[in-house]
Write a protein that binds this ligand. Structure first.
Ligand SMILES: *Cc1c(COP(=O)(O)O)cnc(C)c1O
Length: 365
């Protein structure tokens, strides 16, 4: 049976990427070796490594003011690395808590330095992004701290709709579940991090993009593996990098470029999500969206049915029909459709049709 993969992460990869990896697995470009067994100091691997970094710079339009790092430990390690590097002396980390990941980031920061909650949507069960205008943010000068946001809330299905209101140069953003699907105004961001396993490839490699000025202002007496400067000086080859994951990342980035690059990914994200939101909005309340209308995510569409029994029935039928990864996160229940770059427009349309048919069958019975 053909499967339609909406897993929240790790998530769908394009068939072409998987087939290419399969084709090259045993003998990478006539080198006689698999990428899995190559030295990370070999010229073949170095080429892969640099290709991944160059593709990221080109695709995401990252200016020379920012360094690109490929690290391990997932986005979760960044929750600790960010404050270890930047929350010392009198600096303050201002956290906007818009979901479980945002809260985790905040809690890690509190263990390490002075962190405060700037705004939260927890009282509304994280169903929206708090309304924040320019004057909602502290005026931070050099060395006074940062503002941390989670730009897409994977579990609740909410997303920052705009970045214009953010202050310049001092924002640190967890973009794990939306990187590679929207244009990023780099002048706002001191640091952006994202696990690759949602939009950019497999688990095991984390992309960190950091303002070089911030590298100069970083705490120095921290463990080397936690130190952004150590990784930057060695171009992310301080120790053995996750070579095969970086290879898959480079294949995924190449695939994005051949599809039409970021403009095409932005367009598809809009198209895929609006297909599903239209289905929800046109269902006369049969499908009930979790997110407030002004905070809807183009990456994770969260909803439930009128009763939990019906939600269960829907999920069971969906599984029988080949739709994978639809149960909502255990903290919110219901259903979640994750629409990362590897998910096709066709899968979304199939799911939308399935939803309409399921509703019709219920109403008729
Ligand atoms: C998935 C996710 C994480 C966790 O990533 P790991 O790589 O598992 O540490 C953190 N933040 C957001 C927004 C996520 O979607």
């Amino acid at each position: 049976m053909e499967l339609f993969n909406f897993n929240p992460g790790p998530s769908a990869l394009p068939k072409k990427v998987l087939l290419r990896a399969q084709e090259e697995l045993v003998n990478y470009q006539n080198s006689g070796l698999s990428v899995l067994e190559m030295s990370h100091r070999s010229s073949h691997y170095e080429e892969i490594h640099h290709k991944a970094i160059d593709s990221l710079r080109r695709l995401l339009d990252i200016p020379e003011s920012h360094e690109i790092l490929l690290l391990q430990g997932g986005a979760s390690l960044q929750f600790s690395m960010v404050p270890l590097n930047f929350l010392y002396g009198n600096r303050t980390g201002y956290y906007v808590t818009t979901g479980s990941w945002a809260k985790k980031a905040f809690n890690e920061a509190k263990k390490i330095g002075h962190a405060v909650e700037l705004a939260s949507s927890e009282s509304e069960h994280f169903s929206s992004i708090p309304a924040m205008l320019e004057d909602s943010f502290p005026e931070l000068k050099n060395g006074e701290g940062y503002v941390h946001i989670t730009s897409n809330n994977t579990i609740y299905g909410t997303q920052w709709q705009a970045f214009e209101q953010l202050p310049s140069k001092v924002v640190i953003a967890d973009m794990s579940s939306e990187i590679g699907t929207r244009k990023i105004p780099w002048d706002k961001f001191a640091l952006v991090y994202a696990g690759a396993q949602k939009n950019l490839g497999p688990a095991g490699v984390t992309v960190v993009i950091i303002d070089k000025e911030w590298l100069h202002d970083q705490k120095v007496d921290i463990p080397s593996m936690m130190d952004y400067n150590v990784h930057a000086e060695k171009n992310s080859l301080h120790n053995t990098p996750p070579t095969f994951n970086i290879y898959l990342l480079s294949l995924m980035l190449e695939w994005i470029e051949t599809q039409g690059g970021m403009p095409e990914m932005v367009k598809r994200a809009k198209h895929k999500s609006s297909t599903l939101y239209r289905t929800i909005d046109g269902s006369d309340g049969f499908y009930i969206g979790h997110s407030a209308l002004n905070s809807r995510s183009k990456m994770n569409v969260t909803f439930r049915l009128p009763t939990s029994a019906l939600s269960e029935q829907f999920l069971k039928k969906a599984t029988d029909c080949g739709f994978v990864g639809l149960p909502g996160h255990r903290s919110i229940g219901g259903c979640r459709v994750s629409l990362y770059n590897g998910v096709t427009v066709e899968s979304c349309e199939k799911l939308s049709t399935f939803m309409k048919n399921f509703k019709r069958a219920q109403k008729g019975s």
